[in-house]
Design a protein around this ligand. Structure first.
Ligand SMILES: *[C@@H]1O[C@H](CO)[C@@H](O)[C@H](O)[C@H]1NC(C)=O
Ligand SMILES: *[C@@H]1O[C@H](CO)[C@@H](O)[C@H](O)[C@H]1NC(C)=O
Length: 326
């Protein structure tokens, strides 16, 4: 950054020097002609002295310019460092202020509400709140706030097919949909939340025959973009009503129809079997909350699946994924 302009200025000075020397030569007599015409030596000496003194002046001007340039560069660097420091402080202040305004997850929203309503009936509340996951921007999510300061953050919700889930890697990264209806929180906030503190996962599902089931995992974590949001899901709780469908997805990277990190060799799972949805596909899935919504169970790939609770081709009526700190 510093070298560029300095070099450019030096180049200009050198070019100017050369043309000045050329100019002074052209102004005098051509030296070879001067010799053959045997003009007295003193004239050549005078000219040489003049050139030397011009060069001397130019050189000292160059040195002066160079010194000035160096001190300007130092000044610019000083201002840049100060600006950088001020920006860092500003960012820290902003984070502090936003941190006080917004809780990092629904668990803290629940604790806050619990304090505020001490002594009154403490009913379960479902609502949309703005949270600020650590090192992430304020984000709207659905919170399920239960009795006793228990707050679950809803990270994915399906129930009617209003939202399109065949979306790009980029869209899955940022999240999409309506938190009060169908939506996905996004891989990036999910990563920030689950690597900030250890989280558990709960999945609640419903079939078209009215039956309901839930499962719970004690460990749920999503790695960062450098690891393609790799999933860690473990310690399935044995009394969960539906089977351990996520076992095969543990350790997988996140794939979408436009970014293929699955184990299928013939193409990509999202497009081939997943209805265009993004997921931690293997080859290809037992669980698929992001499939195409179907208003009947049906018997084909690409719907909302939880195997082994139901056949992998049977599409469920509703599915909600929630997380909470331990
Ligand atoms: C996404 O799904 C919608 C509805 O399910 C469909 O109309 C659309 O063609 C799909 N788009 C892609 C790119 O698959
Ligand atoms: C996934 O498969 C579809 C259909 O074969 C193809 O158009 C798309 O480019 C594939 N995506 C990737 C990331 O390979």
């Amino acid at each position: 950054m510093v070298r560029g302009p300095k070099m450019a200025v030096l180049m200009v000075v050198v070019v100017a020097t050369v043309s000045m020397v050329r100019g002074s030569l052209a102004a005098g007599t051509n030296p070879s002609i001067a010799r053959t015409a045997s003009i007295p030596l003193t004239s050549a000496d005078t000219r040489q002295t003049a050139i030397e003194s011009t060069l001397q002046t130019i050189l000292s001007t160059m040195q002066e310019n160079h010194n000035q340039l160096q001190s300007s560069v130092r000044e610019v660097m000083r201002v840049a460092r100060r600006t950088q420091r001020e920006l860092t402080e500003l960012r820290e202040d902003t984070d502090l202020i936003l941190g006080q305004m917004y809780k990092p997850s629904c668990q803290e929203v629940a604790e806050d509400l619990h304090d505020g309503t001490r002594g009154r009936t403490n009913e379960a509340i479902v609502g949309v709140y703005t949270i600020k996951p650590p090192k992430y921007k304020p984000t709207q999510v659905r919170c399920e706030l239960g009795r006793g300061a228990v707050g679950w953050t809803v990270i994915l919700s399906r129930s009617n097919g209003r939202e399109r889930f065949n979306r790009t890697y980029r869209e899955y990264q940022e999240g999409f949909g309506d938190p009060s209806d169908e939506y996905y929180i996004g891989n990036e906030p999910l990563h920030r939340l689950t690597t900030w503190r250890s989280h558990q996962l709960r999945v609640v599902m419903e079939d078209f025959d009215g039956q309901k089931a839930w499962v719970q995992y004690k460990i749920f974590r999503v790695a960062g973009p450098e690891d393609n949001y790799q999933l860690t899901v473990d310690e399935f709780e044995a009394d969960s009503a539906a089977g351990d469908g996520l076992k095969i997805h543990n350790g997988m990277k996140f794939s979408t129809y436009d970014k293929d990190d699955d184990d299928n060799k013939d193409g990509n799972c999202s497009q081939l079997f997943g209805g265009g949805g993004g997921w931690w596909f293997t080859n290809c899935y037992h669980v698929l909350p992001t499939g195409r919504y179907r208003s009947v169970g049906g018997n084909e790939y690409g719907g909302l699946a939880w195997y082994p609770w139901r056949n992998v081709k049977h599409s469920l009526k509703a599915m909600t994924l929630l997380i909470r700190t331990h």
